[in-house]
Write a protein that binds this ligand. Structure first.
Ligand code: NAD
Ligand code: TDX
Length: 339
């Protein structure tokens, strides 16, 4: 294990999105010596409400683009680390229009790496298990840090590209970088375009949930709070130049998750519609988190999925004003795609 790094002044890119904002809350609640500058472009997926109410002396929001070199030249000096969450993150959007994915995920990561190189700032890059492609349902294997990259969608190929840039900037220029690749997150503040919030808010709206394909695709669910604690562990105690996989042994088929939502919300298990499958739909993701657990001693706290799901459903029930403005346009887009 490397020496512990105690950052006092970090930039969190994408800190108004789902996982980034949960990470900002985590830092404010658990690490009182750290100030956070959120850099966020406030795309359709970014909402300043996600970090509203946090103490002004702990969190500052800078609205801007990670692709903006001049802005980074002004902002980055004086910070001791960048935690890079900002991305275009939704697979279905990447299939409809890949361009913003190439721009933000690839070019944006390049710009941040150049800023880290120029100002000698530590960088932690947040990535996804989707860079490894998919596994068959009956494959005994799970992804490890040694699994070859085999991305399938425009989204995951741009995330894979950004990981490659991070590795090259570390090896060639000595940028002090780490990478984490996490599985599917759930929890509060997730956009209604994603699977769990879409189905929960459909039920709340009196609309039937929509399941792609045969519903047997498997995702490896982790509560976003556990992702936050793992990112903090890698940022502060991870070995520079290394990659860590983040997962919490949460494999579940989509149909099982949907039935759990319907049951928890008092609806019959079959009260949903089958819809057109996602083109190129990855079958199964599964993370082996042994390195993170053994090397950094990390453990997830939210190990009861039914409990985490119930709390998430409750959050959407209580925060309709947060999700309602995005719901109609999101569903119109899906309807136009036959989904
Ligand atoms: P999200 O779409 O909810 O949030 C993305 C945030 O980035 C938004 O606030 C958006 O405004 C901001 N952003 C987008 N383009 C920007 C730009 N050019 N400059 C500055 N800000 C910009 O995404 P998320 O689900 O919170 O994912 C965050 C990160 O975690 C991504 O890098 C994603 O690849 C990764 N990840 C997500 C999951 C998951 O289950 N959602 C799992 C593993 C890894
Ligand atoms: O309405 C739906 N019906 C459905 O069956 C939606 C929106 C999704 N699905 C399926 C597709 C997937 O198998 O549910 C599963 C989860 O879908 P998403 O929420 O779109 O997530 P996924 O494509 O697995 O990617 C997510 O996890 C990895 C994040 O969006 C990525 O940013 C992250 O890298």
């Amino acid at each position: 294990m490397s020496d512990t790094f105690e950052p006092t002044n970090i930039i969190v890119t994408g800190g108004c999105g789902f996982i980034g904002s949960n990470f900002v809350h985590h830092v404010v609640n658990n690490h009182p010596g750290t100030h956070v500058t959120v850099l966020d472009k406030l795309t359709y997926a970014g909402n300043p409400e996600n970090i509203a109410g946090l103490p002004e002396d702990r969190v500052e929001l800078v609205v801007g683009d990670v692709c903006d070199e001049a802005l980074l030249d002004r902002l980055v000096p004086g910070h001791d680390a960048i935690v890079h969450f900002a991305a275009e993150s939704h697979n279905d959007n990447s299939i409809a229009d890949p361009e913003p994915f190439v721009r933000t995920n690839v070019y944006g990561t390049y710009r941040l790496l150049e800023a880290c190189r120029k100002f000698d700032v530590r960088c932690h890059h947040v990535s996804t298990d989707e860079v490894y492609g998919d596994l068959a349902l009956d494959d005994p294997a799970r992804f490890t840090e040694e699994t070859p990259y085999r991305p399938s969608s425009p989204y995951s190929s741009t995330k894979a590209s950004s990981d490659m840039l991070v590795r090259a900037w570390h090896r060639t220029y000595g940028v002090r970088a780490t990478i984490s690749n996490c599985s599917n997150n759930y929890g509060p503040y997730q956009h209604v375009e994603k699977f769990i919030p879409r189905q929960v808010t459909n039920v709340l709206c009196g609309t039937r949930p929509k399941l792609y394909g045969d519903g047997r695709n498997v995702r490896d669910w982790i509560h976003t709070e556990d992702h936050s604690s793992a990112v903090w562990a890698v940022l502060t105690r991870g070995r520079v130049g290394e990659t860590y996989l983040i997962g919490a042994d949460g494999e579940r088929s989509n149909i099982d998750v949907l039935r759990a939502i319907l049951t928890a919300m008092g609806r019959p298990e079959d009260a949903f519609d089958w819809v057109r499958d996602r083109p190129g739909h990855d079958r199964r993701y599964a993370i082996d988190p042994t390195k993170l657990r053994t090397e950094l001693g990390w453990r997830p706290r939210h190990t009861d999925f039914a409990e985490g799901l119930a709390a998430t459903i409750e959050w959407y029930r209580e925060n309709e004003a947060w999700w309602r403005p995005a719901k109609e346009a999101t569903e119109a887009k899906y309807a136009a795609q036959g989904q």
